[in-house]
Design a protein around this ligand. Structure first.
Ligand SMILES: Cc1ncc(COP(=O)(O)O)c(C=O)c1O
Length: 283
């Protein structure tokens, strides 16, 4: 039997090692061993009862069909309202995209922005999917350290040295996986300055653990003047509401971006229609 020939890019795809560890932990549990789970990023409590009931009600009421590709308008409006309330920055529902879990926002942002040879500055230690996805897209990962001695805060001078004309994306994850600590407002301000010097550089701010910060409200780079216009925020319901299996995530994109793909698609369609009608009129 001939083997399946995979595309070259598949060799660049990494795995989320926490899921491999989870599978091994579950296998041990199946043999009767007691396991304390620290591997996977999810709360140890069930989805709240009112959420479960609302989900059941929605299914019974027939909300089981296609919805607009960016998400239900009511959901986008509610998310924009939450964004404004939590970050103190006005967000328009048109900037919000609802996705199956928050990871697609990571994939879409990297696939939309990073091409072969483009550089992405990302945290180390960090969520392994960032590097995997950047390399899958043909990009080059430039890690910055989150040292224990600095309380796992970023060192803006290190980021300044890494960010240059080839940088298309700076990834921030605050509160972060796996360190659990948040980036300081002072570091975010300096990172914002560094990013602002590069025309083609965008920030992906992964704020999925924001709802699990119990001491102080974490700062978001979007709160810094001018940064909403160059930041894609990733967030969702997975962690805060213990809804990891529901696959409910969202992203807030700079104004105009959330419609960029459909706009460029219709432009291409119009161009194709024009060229085929001019071909047929020549016949
Ligand atoms: C840092 C980080 N970002 C994003 C996600 C994605 O969450 P979701 O399950 O909603 O796709 C995770 C999940 O583990 C994560 O740890």
């Amino acid at each position: 039997m001939s083997s399946i020939a995979l595309a070259h890019r598949m060799a660049r795809l990494g795995t989320e090692s926490a899921f491999e560890t989870l599978a091994r932990a579950r296998a041990l549990e199946a043999t009767g061993r007691h396991v304390t789970h620290l591997e996977i990023g999810e709360p140890g409590f069930p989805t709240p009862e009112n959420v479960v009931e609302a989900g059941i009600r929605a299914l019974r009421e027939g909300h089981t069909h296609y919805v607009p590709s960016a998400g239900l308008p009511e959901a986008r409006a509610a998310i924009a309202e939450t964004f404004t309330a939590t970050r103190g920055v006005a967000a328009d529902p048109a900037q919000v995209i609802v996705t199956p879990g928050a990871k697609p926002i990571m994939f879409f942002a990297i696939l939309a922005l990073v091409g072969p040879g483009d550089e992405v500055v990302l945290p180390d230690p960090g969520f392994p999917i960032y590097r995997s996805m950047v390399e899958f897209a043909g990009g080059v990962a430039r890690p910055y350290a989150l040292d224990f001695d600095r309380g796992h805060d970023a060192d803006p001078s290190e980021i300044a040295a890494l960010v240059g004309p080839a940088t298309r994306l700076v990834i921030l994850n605050s509160p972060g996986n796996p360190t659990g600590s948040s980036l300081s407002r002072a570091a975010l301000e300096q990172i914002a300055e560094v990013v602002a010097r590069q025309d083609r550089c965008t920030v992906l701010s992964d704020e999925i653990y924001r709802g699990l910060a119990y001491d102080a409200e974490p700062a978001s780079i979007t709160e810094i003047d001018g940064m909403v216009g160059r930041t894609i925020v990733l967030d969702g319901l997975s962690k805060m509401y213990a809804m990891t299996g529901w696959r409910a995530g969202w992203g807030s994109c700079p104004p105009r971006w959330s419609t960029a793909s459909s706009a460029s698609w219709s432009t291409r369609c119009r161009a194709r229609r024009r060229s085929s009608s001019s071909r047929s009129s020549r016949r």
